[in-house]
Ligand binder design. Structure first.
Ligand SMILES: Nc1nc2c(c(=O)[nH]1)N[C@H]1C(S)=C(S)[C@@H](COP(=O)(O)O)O[C@H]1N2
Ligand SMILES: [Mo]
Length: 257
């Protein structure tokens, strides 16, 4: 807490405390007290507006808006042997693991994921590097998968562990890509695990067999090559502790747009 804010709270507390003894009529007449009430009310409404804003849908577009050349970024083809082996058999043995703080850990085949409640959306992807592309995505609603696994009450974040090592030079084991979101984004209706892009099977360069779409955040939050989903109470001890490959390297954990 900043010094200014602490001082302000102390002053406000003292004012309310002494006025309490003076009686209600005087309280209402006192402008400092009314000011305190108004500020408190504004904070509450501000927090409410924040949650409401975060639940709003990202803009959706039409087929006419689709980018002719949707840029691919970051890893374009994981060289990790486990991924190469799965790719070699067209992901027949792929399983999406859902674990951590859940009542019922799941191990889902791609057919299972495709059978889950789905959503299709045409959205704009905004990369922090300054480019955007519009694409059509179809995938399983993350909320449906999490409901099936049944989150434990302690769960606060959902972590996506990816197949690709983006930084082979990392000697601390934090070279693999991963990302995380809170439960507001995890339960947002446009948050999906996409297996189709532009009406075709998701290409390798865009994250096959499954990639996250979390439409209210910047591109680096959209984990490609998702292998495992983990519900956690804290992001400590995962990677370097900041909640994602790029956040571990100085980017904001929350990249809202
Ligand atoms: N596993 C993994 N996910 C990733 C990345 C990556 O390198 N590895 N790059 C991120 C970044 S910075 C962006 S902009 C998008 C790019 O997605 P695209 O290749 O489908 O355009 O994926 C994000 N997710
Ligand atoms: Mo990006």
């Amino acid at each position: 807490m900043s010094l200014d804010r602490r001082r302000w709270l102390t002053a406000a507390g003292a004012t309310v405390g002494s006025l309490w003894l003076a009686g209600c009529d005087k309280l209402v007449a006192n402008s400092t007290f009314n000011g305190v009430l108004k500020v408190a009310e504004k904070w509450t409404r501000g927090a409410q507006r924040l949650v409401t804003d975060r639940k709003a849908l990202a803009a959706e577009f039409t087929a006419a808006d689709l980018s002719k050349d949707f840029k691919a970024n970051g890893t374009l083809r994981p060289q990790d042997p486990e991924y190469q082996a799965m790719l070699g058999e067209n992901f027949a043995s792929y399983r999406l693991e859902i674990g951590g703080l859940v009542e019922r850990p799941l191990s889902l085949s791609l057919a299972d994921v495709r059978a889950a409640p789905a959503r299709t959306q045409i959205t704009r992807h905004d990369c922090v590097e300054g480019w955007s592309s519009i694409g059509k995505w179809r995938g399983a609603r993350l909320s449906a998968l999490l409901d099936r696994a049944k989150l434990k009450p302690e769960a606060r974040y959902i972590v996506f562990h990816c197949a690709d090592t983006l930084d082979p030079s990392a000697t601390d084991g934090a070279g693999k890509y991963y990302e995380s979101i809170d439960l507001i984004d995890a339960y947002h209706p446009q948050t999906i695990l996409a297996y189709e892009m532009n009406d075709a099977t998701l290409p390798v360069r865009h994250g096959a067999p499954l990639r996250l779409r979390v439409e209210r955040q910047l591109g680096y939050k959209h984990a490609k090559y998702v292998m495992r989903i983990e519900a956690v109470e804290s992001l400590d001890g995962i990677g370097r502790g900041a909640g994602g490959f790029w956040p571990d390297r100085g980017y904001e954990w929350y990249a809202g747009i």
